[in-house]
Design a protein around this ligand. Structure first.
Ligand code: GDP
Length: 204
């Protein structure tokens, strides 16, 4: 049993250089509508949090949260002890090519340069399966040797009779084994405790 991870909003930035240093960070990324806000809320048991990230203007920024656990206070070296990065959703169809290129630079810059980045959680819609953009993101992370884990969302939306098949297909579409993918449902709470435990492990 792994209880809620208490998160506090730190700031939104548009460049990795402007983020405060961290000892250990887990980043969450996925296309818009994949269920990212719902998942962040479920992990932290707070509704207002992902709302912060969904505030107009912040949806396109790097939103940093501090994990508040154990003894309070910063480390003596000035780094935040543990943080969660909510990355902007990719694949807004409405965005211009130029805007999309700007986001891509921001996200890629972050992923390549962030010190303390321990794990990138790549959200894939469990109902839809991996999209072309999801696969591109996974290929890119692999090509740069950046540690990542696929979390499939909306487990409750897949009919139980189709789950085993879907799990196999989704994993294969991501070029992974079935057991490599963590399935969750923010609505039903499925897999949330397990994911909290994994996040705590990655951050420690
Ligand atoms: P975001 O754009 O990635 O932040 O996605 P949201 O968290 O806003 O979710 C997008 C849509 O999917 C919303 O209508 C949510 O209610 C729905 N959704 C998110 N997670 C789940 C889930 O676990 N189960 C179901 N059934 N719907 C979900």
């Amino acid at each position: 049993m792994s209880g809620p991870i208490r998160l506090e909003f730190v700031l939104s930035g548009d460049h990795v250089d402007r983020l405060p240093p961290t000892a250990s960070e887990v980043a969450i990324v996925g296309r818009s509508n994949v269920g990212k806000s719902s998942l962040v809320n479920a992990i932290s048991n707070r509704r207002k949090l992902a709302h912060v990230s969904n505030t107009p203007g912040r949806t396109r920024l790097l939103n940093l949260f501090s994990v508040v656990e154990g003894p309070a206070g910063n480390r003596s070296d000035g780094r935040l002890p543990a943080t969660v990065m909510d990355l902007p959703g990719y694949g807004y169809a409405a965005a211009s090519k130029q805007l999309r290129a700007g986001w891509q630079r921001m996200i890629e810059g972050y992923l390549l340069e962030r010190e303390g980045l321990a794990m990138v959680v790549v959200l894939v819609d469990g109902e839809v399966g991996p999209t072309k953009l999801d696969v591109q993101m996974l290929d890119w992370l692999r090509s740069h040797g950046i540690p990542h884990t696929v979390v499939a969302t909306k487990h409750d939306k897949v009919r139980s009779s189709k789950r085993e098949r879907r799990k196999r297909d989704l994993a294969a579409g991501c070029d992974l084994e079935v057991g490599d993918v963590v399935w969750v449902s923010a609505v039903k709470g499925t897999g949330i405790d397990r994911l909290r435990g994994l996040i705590r492990t990655w951050l420690s």
